[in-house]
Design a protein around this ligand. Structure first.
Ligand code: ATP
Ligand code: MG
Length: 441
């Protein structure tokens, strides 16, 4: 992609309304634009990142056996009356009425809709287990939308729902998501720690929030530092291995980790002082087993092997991709701008032409771009008629993992310069060696 033809409205000034670094950088780098309080347009560069985040999420959901579908964003209030949540949900729900004065709403989540789909189609235990997920826009009329896409009113959510015949198999479904989440956050270049979360009236220990440590996080968290060195389950993990997955989950829940709501100072005191970590964190995912809460209320039953009907056991599992984009920036930036992890970078390479208009430099850049793209790398080619300083500043701000700098002086010696955005290391290579160099790391 040539930058001169692209749509990248970067800002030179730091927007005043933005309190935290990720919000400032998302506005400055032209990733998003606020359209109303807590409502954002995703501009082309931001959309590429969001799509990459979703791709990582999808890959791990699919690997764990979950199946993607797409439910409507506008839902009927009747379903929520069946589950008893219509009144209870309160002001966070955006309520709408259609031309026939029917009560509708913009879905803040989809337990009711998925339960309705399930009860209309599944009859027997033989059809279980199932885990269905979607990635779709949700609306919650947050009292205080803030921090850009970190806490917005309209936001993207991956929400999965599992259905099982009993509690034991539901536990396995929960463990699958637990492991998929560990792999997802690692795949996004993040260290997320599963922390015990409140299960409300249902009780039990089957609810975890996945938290990324960050000074600007809204949650106060307490955990054992050793979690930061834990190895993430490998790609070869067998999701059908019930005991194996339980072992992984047991290990990842063996040490102390709790948000302030679940914090037990006495238990935390037993963690050695050198290992205690009291910090702030961002909730990026939440998994929850809630048994037969919705299936009882909404009549989602299956016939068991004994011929008796019973309500299915369910769980729900959320991840916030639009919040994650901000969280990734909180975790990975410097004074000059964003530093994207390779897995979510909107383009792999920023190709910088130091002398646009110079025939040899232009020709070299065009050839390099074609060559990189032919080898599967995505390139944003800065062919604008701008000073080198402005081009470097843009490249640093938007944070693509590699910069390839092409100028007449280097070309005269048969060289271009490569800079790794993350560490800032530079090296000179012949254009012909670019591919092997970029693919090496
Ligand atoms: P929070 O405690 O931060 O308000 P929540 O517990 O209400 O979140 P869940 O219902 O568990 O959120 O939603 C699942 C995921 O959706 C969260 O882990 C988060 O990543 C994302 N999410 C929830 N609310 C928002 C929001 N207002 N803006 C952006 N992402 C959100
Ligand atoms: Mg939550």
């Amino acid at each position: 992609m040539r930058l001169s033809r692209y749509f990248l409205p970067t800002l030179r000034e730091t927007p005043k309304e933005a309190e935290i670094i990720s919000h400032r950088l998302m506005l400055r780098a032209g990733l998003v634009r606020q359209e109303a309080a807590g409502i954002y347009a995703w501009l082309p560069l931001g959309l590429r990142v969001l799509n990459k985040v979703c791709a990582v999420i999808r890959e791990e959901q699919d690997r764990s056996g979950a199946i993607e579908l797409l439910m409507p964003s506008i839902q009927s209030a009747d379903l929520w009356k069946e589950s008893g949540r219509y009144e209870a949900y309160g002001k966070e729900m955006l309520r709408i009425s259609d031309r026939h004065d029917r009560e509708m709403l913009f879905g803040p989540t989809a337990e009711e809709v998925i339960t309705e789909i399930f009860r209309g189609s599944v009859r027997s235990y033989k059809d279980l287990p199932k885990n269905l997920y979607q990635i779709s826009w949700k609306f919650r009329d947050e009292v205080r939308p803030r921090f850009g896409t970190m806490r917005s009113r309209e936001f993207l959510m991956k929400d999965a729902y599992s259905f099982d015949i009993d509690q034991a198999t539901a536990r396995h479904a929960y463990n699958k998501m637990f492991v998929a989440y560990l792999r997802t956050f690692a795949g996004l270049g993040l260290k997320a720690i599963p922390m015990r979360a409140d299960t409300g009236p249902i009780g039990g220990d089957l609810s975890h929030e996945f938290i990324i440590l960050a000074q600007t996080g809204e949650s106060e968290v307490f955990c054992d530092r050793q979690y930061l060195d834990f190895d993430v389950p490998p790609v070869t993990t067998d999701f059908d291995d019930v005991a194996g997955l339980q072992g992984t989950v047991d290990r990842w829940t063996s040490l102390y980790a709790a948000t302030s709501e679940m914090h037990e100072p006495a238990a935390f005191a037993e963690v050695g002082e050198d290992k205690q970590m009291a910090a702030r964190g961002i909730e990026v995912g939440h998994i929850f087993y809630f048994g037969t809460k919705y299936s009882e209320a909404m009549g989602a039953k299956v016939t068991g092997p004994d011929g008796v009907d019973r309500a299915v056991h369910m769980g729900s599992y959320g991840i916030g991709p639009s919040r994650l984009v901000a969280a990734i920036i909180e975790a990975s930036h410097d004074e000059a701008g964003i530093i994207w992890p390779d897995s979510v970078a909107p383009f792999d390479v920023a190709l910088i032409n130091l002398k646009t208009g110079d025939a040899a430099t232009d020709a070299a850049c065009t050839e390099i771009q074609a060559n990189l793209e032919a080898n599967g790398l995505t390139v944003l080619y800065d062919d604008r008629d701008e000073r080198p300083g402005a081009k470097f500043a843009t490249a640093d701000l938007i944070g693509l993992p590699w910069q390839v700098v092409v100028g007449p002086r280097g070309l005269a010696e048969g060289k271009v310069e490569i800079k790794r955005r993350a560490g800032g290391e530079r090296e000179s290579v012949a254009p012909i060696d670019l591919i092997s160099r970029l693919k090496r790391s």
